[in-house]
Write a protein that binds this ligand. Structure first.
Ligand SMILES: Nc1ncnc2c1ncn2[C@@H]1O[C@H](COP(=O)(O)OP(=O)(O)OP(=O)(O)O)[C@@H](O)[C@H]1O
Length: 240
C-alpha cells in the first residue's frame, strides 16, 4: 500500500540551531500517529514543514506519492493536508459557519455553493452546530479548539495535523474532545497529533513518535515507546 505521507531525511535549521535533524517518517492512509517531545523539541516546526509554512533545508516530503517539498501551503492544503494551530486564531467577528466557509473556499479552493453542505456536516462532526451563527469571538476555549479543528476539516483533508489541541482544557472537556477526534479518525481521516496530554493521545493513536532536539528518539507501538527508559528519562512527568 502506498504511504499517504513520507518524510525522508528532512533537515531544518534556524541559524546555528538544528530544529529538524535528519527526520524520516511515514504515515499510511487513515492512520493515527501521535507525537510527543519536550518544549522546543521541534514538533510544531515538523508540522510547518509538512503543511508548507516552512521550507526544508534538505530532504524530501511526499504526499500521496507526489513530491511536495517545495510546494506552498495553499497547494498542500488543496492536496489534502489540513492543519490546526496550537493557539486558535479564528476570524473573531465572523460567525462559526463563516469561519468554516473561509477554510473550504479560500483554503481548499471549493466553490461557496458546494461548501455549504460540507461545512454543515463538519459542524455536526465537531459538535458546533448549535454555535453555527455565533461570532467566533464569543466561543469558550473548548469551542475555539473545536473551531480550530473544524476549520482544518472544512478543507476536506486526507491528513489532519492537530497541534496541542487538548492543551488548557479541563479533564471532562479533554475527554469530550477525544471522542470527537476518535469520530474524525473513524471517518477515515489520517491524523498526526502533537500532544503533551499523553492519556488523551493514547486514546486515539496506534503509533507514537518521540522527538527530541529535532531528532526522532523512538517510534512504535505507544505503550512500548512510553516504556522505553530513554523516553521516560527525558519525558518524566509527561505521562502522569
Ligand atoms: N521562525 C523561527 N525562527 C527562529 N527559531 C525558531 C523559529 N521557529 C521555531 N524556532 C525555534 O525552534 C525550536 C523548536 O521550536 P518548535 O516550536 O518547533 O518546538 P516545539 O517542540 O513545537 O515546542 P512546544 O512544545 O513548546 O510547542 C525552538 O527552539 C524555537 O525557539
Amino acid at each position: 500500500m502506498q504511504q499517504l505521507l513520507v518524510l525522508e531525511q528532512v533537515h531544518k535549521r534556524y541559524g546555528s540551531v538544528k530544529v529538524t535533524d535528519d527526520l524520516s517518517l511515514a504515515l499510511a492512509p487513515g492512520e493515527a500517529l501521535g507525537i510527543i517531545g519536550p518544549n522546543g523539541a521541534g514538533k510544531s516546526t515538523l508540522f510547518n514543514l509538512i503543511a508548507g509554512g516552512v521550507a526544508a533545508d534538505s530532504g524530501r516530503i511526499s504526499f500521496q506519492g507526489e513530491d511536495v517539498t517545495r510546494e506552498p501551503v495553499f497547494k498542500r492544503c488543496q492536496r489534502g493536508i489540513g492543519r490546526s494551530h496550537q493557539i486558535p486564531h479564528p476570524f473573531v467577528k465572523m460567525t462559526v459557519f463563516e469561519n468554516l466557509l473561509v477554510g473550504a473556499t479560500f483554503g481548499a479552493g471549493q466553490s461557496e455553493k458546494d461548501s455549504y453542505a460540507w461545512c454543515a456536516h463538519i459542524l455536526e462532526l465537531t459538535g458546533l452546530m448549535k454555535k453555527a451563527n455565533a461570532p467566533a469571538g464569543s466561543l469558550t476555549l473548548l469551542e475555539r479548539k473545536r473551531l480550530e479543528m473544524a476549520r482544518a476539516l472544512a478543507t476536506r483533508p486526507q491528513l489532519l495535523l492537530l497541534d496541542e489541541i487538548a492543551g488548557g482544557l479541563t479533564e471532562p472537556e479533554c475527554l469530550e474532545l477525544v471522542g470527537t477526534i476518535q469520530g474524525i479518525h473513524r471517518s477515515g481521516t489520517a491524523i498526526i497529533w502533537i500532544e503533551h496530554i499523553v492519556h488523551a493521545l493514547l486514546a486515539v493513536v496506534s503509533r507514537l513518535a518521540v522527538i527530541n532536539f529535532g531528532r526522532k528518539l523512538d517510534e512504535g507501538e505507544p505503550n512500548a515507546v512510553m516504556a522505553n527508559p530513554k523516553v521516560q528519562e527525558i519525558y518524566m512527568g509527561i505521562g502522569s
